[in-house]
Write a protein that binds this ligand. Structure first.
Ligand SMILES: C[S@@+](CC[C@H](N)C(=O)[O-])C[C@H]1O[C@@H](n2cnc3c(N)ncnc32)[C@H](O)[C@@H]1O
Length: 321
């Protein structure tokens, strides 16, 4: 078999392009060729668009597409300014309820007006709980005492509580300073996927990791049931509800998800709940998780709001005063 009769491999795509180019060059003047190419690509784009195949959409007027801006020409600031959705964190909050009504507001809104600590623990759980099982991270850092002494908070909101180490520590600090402080903890009490690898002694029942009950048990054993109350929901919806109910904090600690997007959302939502002159702070400014996600979120927040970030150990602090 002659070489040229053998089946030749398909030429790569750019060979086709070269042929098309050669063809257009020979047979058309440049403007004509461009016009034809333009018409072809328009027709091809139209035919392949979803609305062209869907009768349902035929009556609709297609909205013009925004021009594509090459990313390289945009600075970060331009992108931020253009895309305000990242900065929109809902609603006006309700007028603040007086500090002395914060506890009752949570009891009414979340627990039908009763205390969740009444008759705790229930019989089915009592043998499953440890008498007191507390573990936290940086939960006893100097920042807690520094800020409680400085702010003398009537209400503290904690975003991310786990077994209650930092919440109970703050309750003890406040009562040691003679303050009557209500601490409102927001946590879904699910931990995070895989947390039980390090907490095997915390029982799991039908997939429920009993974090909420062990936290409550810790609060009961620490005699802190009057000062520590909780909102057992996701931080997004929990903070949103506090805003709607008018529950504000003089001091707010953010220590839930440590990836950028969780931290960004939590900080923005929590800041709305800060009383004028209050302080918001959080752990793990120095962690490398999510490419320093907490630090990126805190810094961006401070930049956008024109606030200053201070460090106290591993905690970041933003003082709104
Ligand atoms: C680092 S631990 C909090 C530790 C606590 N502040 C201390 O020092 O003892 C983080 C907690 O945030 C909670 N958490 C994380 N993401 C959450 C979310 N989106 N909604 C509710 N809770 C969340 C987890 O369940 C976990 O208990």
């Amino acid at each position: 078999m002659k070489e040229d009769q053998q089946q030749q491999p398909q030429p790569p795509l750019h060979h086709h392009r070269r042929r098309v180019a050669a063809f257009t060059h020979k047979n058309f003047t440049k403007p004509t060729a461009y016009l034809i190419l333009l018409l072809l690509s328009y027709a091809f784009g139209y035919l392949s668009s979803p609305s062209s195949t869907s009768h349902h959409h035929h009556h609709q007027h297609p909205s013009p597409l925004p021009p594509t801006i090459p990313q390289s020409t945009l600075s970060d600031t331009t992108v931020f300014a253009a895309d305000k959705d990242h900065y929109r964190f809902t609603t006006q909050c309700a007028d603040p309820v007086p500090s002395k009504l914060v506890r009752q507001t949570i009891l009414d809104r979340v627990f039908n007006g009763t205390s969740p600590y009444d008759n705790f623990p229930p019989a089915h759980a009592s043998t499953l709980l440890r008498r007191k099982r507390i573990k936290g991270w940086g939960s006893y850092g100097a920042v807690f005492e520094n800020l409680i002494r400085k702010v003398k908070p009537k209400t503290i909101i904690e975003v991310g509580t786990f077994l209650g180490a930092s919440a109970i520590h703050m309750a003890e600090l406040a009562s040691g300073l003679g303050l009557k402080t209500q601490i409102v903890c927001i946590d879904d009490f699910r931990g995070w996927p895989g947390f039980r690898d390090r907490f095997r002694d915390i029982k799991m029942v039908n997939g429920d990791v009993l974090l909420l009950y062990q936290f409550m048990q810790n609060v009961v054993q620490s005699n802190a049931t009057e000062s520590v109350l909780y909102v057992p929901f996701a931080t997004g919806s929990g903070l949103e509800k506090l805003c709607q109910w008018g529950v504000f904090g003089d001091l707010i600690e953010v220590d839930a998800g440590h990836d950028f997007h969780s931290a960004w959302s939590d900080i923005n939502r929590a800041y709305k709940l800060l009383r004028p002159g209050g302080v918001i702070f959080g752990h793990d400014y120095l962690t490398s998780a999510d490419n320093k996600g907490v630090r990126r979120a805190v810094n961006m927040f401070a930049r956008v709001k024109g606030l200053r970030v201070q460090l106290d150990g591993q905690h970041w602090v933003i003082d709104s005063a």
